[in-house]
Design a protein around this ligand. Sequence first.
Ligand code: SF4
Length: 154
Amino acid sequence: MRFFEDNVITTKLEDLVNWGRKYALWPMPYGTACCAIEFMGTVASMHDISRFGAEVVRFSPRQSDLLLVMGTINYKQAPVLKRIYEQMCDPKWVIAVGACAASGGFYNNYSVMQGIDEIIPVDVYVPGCPPRPEQIMNAVIKIMDKIDPRKSLD
Ligand code: SF4
């Protein structure tokens, strides 16, 4: 009787849920400048981010678990970015796309935040001005690697 062995797998609930999280990231794009255009290329058919299960781009933080910050962030909008992060589902991850989001880029002045990690945690930094779509996809893959399927459910 081989029916049971060939047709049934066993696992733990937390493994199953984390596997689902890993392969079904829902990105929220927070684009304020040119790097956001690169993200448009990333989700377009030529690069096809859906290969990694991350194509369900949402514009509501309550429906997203992956925040991509793309562009210059000034201090005036810092509270807005922080509130969006706080409204996102848990667990959640953040990618700082490009030099501006990571370090202020070449806008070294009083009004521009010198890196979004001043206000929210960043999981992956993408270098470049602008980064290529391949680099953004690589960051998504790094986030997937960070989602440990054995991690306990919150
Ligand atoms: S890093 Fe460069 S390309 Fe990206 S938003 Fe800043 S100036 Fe634009």
